[in-house]
Design a protein around this ligand. Structure first.
Ligand code: 5GP
Ligand code: ZN
Length: 113
């Protein structure tokens, strides 16, 4: 998708700190971390959010999360983590390419909003 910053990162047109890549997804470090460990899981296929997601994209995303679950130790998340996907204005989504924030590395707040 033209003018999508995450599509440009996936295409290698914008540099990023990649921690994992396969045919379906990229995991990168967030440029403005909100926790000691803050990654972004980016599906390679462009769609804006979970409301726009097709059944096939949902299946792929589920597979990505399953793969993530096998990597938590090496990603520095062995004591736990939080997955967040912001959608729309109330969710404060700023990049319209679905992404899952992966937060952890130390004790997170109980307050999620
Ligand atoms: P949102 O607000 O849409 O849920 O999250 C977008 C996230 O993307 C933010 O946490 C922001 O720091 C991150 N981000 C924005 N631009 C870039 C970039 O160019 N590189 C990386 N690695 N992260 C980015
Ligand atoms: Zn995109």
């Amino acid at each position: 998708m033209e003018n999508c910053i995450f599509c440009k990162i996936i295409a290698g047109e914008i540099p990023s700190a990649k921690v994992y890549e396969d045919d379906d997804m990229l995991i990168i470090k967030d440029i403005n971390p909100q926790a000691d460990v803050h990654y972004l899981l980016l599906p390679k296929e462009h769609y804006a959010n979970i409301v726009e997601m097709t059944d096939a994209q949902a299946q792929t995303l589920a597979g990505c999360i399953k793969k993530l679950s096998a990597m938590v130790d090496e990603l520095g998340l062995k004591d736990g983590f939080r997955l967040v996907s912001n959608k729309g204005k109330h969710g404060c989504q700023s990049v319209e390419h679905l992404h899952i924030h992966i937060l952890g590395g130390s004790q997170l707040s109980e307050n999620m909003a």
